[in-house]
Ligand binder design. Structure first.
Ligand SMILES: NC(=O)c1ccc[n+]([C@@H]2O[C@H](COP(=O)([O-])OP(=O)(O)OC[C@H]3O[C@@H](n4cnc5c(N)ncnc54)[C@H](OP(=O)(O)O)[C@@H]3O)[C@@H](O)[C@H]2O)c1
Length: 493
């Protein structure tokens, strides 16, 4: 199949002097240009308050590409092709006059055939509102011809009310089909592979339900602490940073029904149905264990505790670890717990989804042999070792009746096909007008609705206590007790 190529367009990046632009957006756009996936009429206009010229911007972006692009070395002609598409203007996000200048700049850079405009909000969320309003009122109001789209970074809201308010604000100026809410997890190959694995194989989907599945475990573990993002993390915690978005996206992809067709709305309709049937199980306690890391050792290095990090209050109660038991009240999943956990400063960086099937009826085998049997386990490794593994029981060769678990492994590395970065895939999709891998307004609100009762219980003092764990361990001991109370245990990773 020929690669898809978008129409020519101009991309405006607000906050172009920032970290996301430097580490992710520009390297991904360079890789797309280097792979000849963007047309010659594609150009980038960076907008931010820091004064600099287009030439300085190009020099800085050259360093970004050298550091972070996938396709290296950087041939001089490819760089020059990319550099001539880079422009920069200094402006204030709150000043309407600067948006009128932006409009003129866009018109000047838009010869016939390059009149499609894409806006990327790569600033902190505090300035999303004025930017959206000024684009709508000063830049695009009088526009005729060409498409206009807007990409909104996470975090999308701080709670359900602010997410709703931001949706309403966006809808004042843009139609839903023009809005692309990005969750970069959805751009990962292995996350997209969840749907292919489930719906392009005849043998797994028929057993993907409460008759055969005992439980599901999803782990998003990081070794990193919070770096210099203390002031953001203090307000977010792991519940807003990972659970509300990435984790619930993974849950909905694992649990959704097959869509009638592979279109953006058909896929997202099914995901929304899962989110609406999803709840944190409060049949025992509040269904959560939350923790915060103290000092410890990771990879042989001493690391400070959370409250000793930069921009963190010494008496902070922000959680850096969270485990939850989720239930999905529908015909497919009723009664099957989804255990999810995520934390910082854990011993390994790993994201995986484990589907544990029920034990087989064991009457055939002697009691001793039966004890050796482990249930089938299917693991979808999302990162870093992307792949799939299946555990099943096999006979130990010899005259005895001994059984051992064996594991069949598929690794993406074995394909030797380069895996594009998530931002490459998502930026290209947005330019192509394909919103399948972007979050729809009702999806964002439905996932906040799952999370809000937990936040409210914590705020009212009725939720779980904040437990401490040593950096470099798998979270607080209470998390082990939590799952052990159901007769299960966390996977050892
Ligand atoms: N960095 C990542 O890897 C990453 C990953 C996922 C999501 N995100 C999201 O992407 C967005 C941008 O992230 P980032 O890391 O690039 O942020 P950043 O570096 O803190 O900010 C980007 C730019 O926005 C402007 N800015 C910063 N604080 C501002 C404020 N209070 N008011 C107005 N302008 C301000 C600054 O440009 P000027 O001062 O020059 O205007 C800054 O260079 C955020 O919403 C973030 O949550 C980032």
């Amino acid at each position: 199949m020929l690669p898809r190529r978008p129409e020519p367009c101009l991309m405006v990046i607000f906050g172009a002097s920032g970290d996301l632009t430097y580490r992710k957006l520009i390297p991904a756009l360079y890789d797309l240009v280097a792979a000849r996936l963007l047309p010659s009429g594609f150009a980038i206009l960076g907008f931010a308050r820091k004064p600099k010229t287009s030439e300085t911007f190009r020099q800085e972006m050259r360093r970004a590409v050298e550091e972070f692009a996938r396709s290296r070395p950087i041939p001089i002609d490819t760089w020059e092709d990319f550099a001539r598409r880079l422009h920069y203007m200094t402006g204030d996000y709150n000043n309407p006059a600067d948006y009128r200048r932006l409009q003129q700049e866009l018109e000047a850079l838009s010869p016939a055939g390059r009149s499609n405009w894409m806006f990327y909000l790569a600033t902190p969320p505090e300035v999303y509102r004025p930017i959206v309003e000024h684009i709508g009122s000063e830049v695009t109001l009088q526009r005729q011809g060409g498409w206009t789209r807007i990409i909104v970074e996470k975090p999308f809201g701080h709670d359900l009310d602010s997410a709703r308010a931001l949706n309403q604000h966006l809808h004042r100026w843009f139609r839903e089909d023009q809005i692309y809410r990005i969750d970069h997890y959805l751009g990962k190959e292995t996350v997209q592979n969840i749907l292919v694995f489930r719906f392009a194989n005849g043998i797994f989907e028929p057993i993907w339900d409460r008759r055969y599945v005992d439980h599901v475990q999803i782990t998003v573990a990081e070794t990193l602490g919070i770096g210099n993002r203390g002031s953001y993390y203090e307000r977010a915690g792991v519940i807003r940073d990972i659970m509300q978005n990435h984790m619930l996206q993974l849950v909905s992809l694992v649990a959704m029904e097959p869509p009638a067709e592979f279109t953006a709305d058909a896929v997202r309709n099914e995901k929304v149905k899962v989110l609406k049937a999803l709840r944190v199980d409060t049949s025992r306690g509040d269904g959560t264990v939350r923790g915060q890391y103290g000092p410890g050792v990771i990879n042989g290095q001493f690391v400070p505790g959370y409250t000793q990090e930069q921009d963190v209050a010494p008496d902070s109660t922000t959680e850096t670890y969270l485990a939850m038991r989720l239930m999905i009240d529908n015909w497919r999943w009723a009664g099957v717990p989804f255990y999810v956990r995520s934390g910082k400063r854990l011993p390994r960086r790993v994201t995986e989804i484990a589907i544990q099937f029920k034990m087989p009826p064991l009457l055939l085998f002697s009691e001793r042999t039966a004890n050796e049997i482990q249930p089938n386990l299917l693991v979808l490794n999302i990162q870093p070792d992307e792949g799939i593994s299946l555990r099943f029981s096999a006979k130990v060769p010899g005259s005895g009746e001994n059984i051992q678990p064996v594991i069949m492994n598929f690794s993406y590395n074995a394909l030797q096909t380069p895996v594009p970065d998530a931002y490459e895939r998502l930026l290209l999709d947005a330019m192509l007008g394909d919103s399948t891998l972007f979050t729809r307004h009702d999806e964002v609100e439905a996932s906040w609705s799952v999370i809000m009762p937990v936040i409210e219980r914590w705020q009212s003092g009725q939720g779980s206590f904040l437990e401490m764990y040593r950096a470099g361990t798998w979270g607080p001991k209470e998390a082990d007790d939590f799952i052990a109370a159901d007769g299960r245990s966390w996977r050892v990773l």
